[in-house]
Ligand binder design. Sequence first.
Ligand code: NAG
Ligand code: NAG
Ligand code: NAG
Length: 212
Amino acid sequence: MRLLSIITTSLTLFFLLLFLSIHLQAYTLEDNFTISCGTTGIVFDDERTWTGDADTKYLSGGQGRTVLTEATTQDPSVNQVPYTTARLSRSQFNYSFPVSAGPKFVRLFFYPAYYPSFPRTDASFSVQSNGFTFLKGFNASLNADAEATKTIFREYVVNINDGEILILSFTPSQPNSYAFINGIEDTYPAVSVEYRYRIRSGVSSGDWQSWH
Ligand SMILES: *[C@@H]1O[C@H](CO)[C@@H](O)[C@H](O)[C@H]1NC(C)=O
Ligand SMILES: *[C@@H]1O[C@H](CO)[C@@H](O)[C@H](O)[C@H]1NC(C)=O
Ligand SMILES: *[C@@H]1O[C@H](CO)[C@@H](O)[C@H](O)[C@H]1NC(C)=O
């Protein structure tokens, strides 16, 4: 029991320090991106402005082999932005975001649906960022079904060093599978995100393994 309490105290202290260090950075970083994949121009959901990625400004590799399309049918419970449109590919593609140094929250939004020529259950892929693996062999439909949800979002923290660019690599995990993405949000820690981050960090989550 005593050991458990020491571990709990150390963990609490660790997350408190983590929280404080992120808190201090929150007001010095100014870059954030909210990208709706597979669309053009600016689109809105109820809360935010999303930028389409059709002009490939944020893509840095493999974009020529990607397809921009819309889900064949969309569940009425699913928000149109960013979930209607997607960028999909049977080979690797990369996004890159020029960001300032420091911790970045990266959120990935997925709607595992049927897309023309891309069957729902064929999506299985890895996502890597600056040497870290966010998702490995991620079977999107399997995960959505297991979580009894239509859409999936995942959050990560990645530390960007001076002069580094934030890169997100999407790689199909099998010869016959594909990778896709509906939305990407990359932000410095704002207060609400920070709060959620602290709450989330108190529970054990597979996603936390990717933090550094
Ligand atoms: C970044 O996000 C914050 C809130 O999260 C917002 O106030 C600010 O305008 C955004 N900056 C840019 C450049 O989009
Ligand atoms: C994507 O980025 C990774 C890591 O920087 C690089 O090794 C790979 O060649 C890039 N892929 C493409 C298709 O450009
Ligand atoms: C994803 O999981 C589903 C359900 O188990 C399976 O039918 C499908 O083959 C898997 N897809 C890949 C590409 O592994």
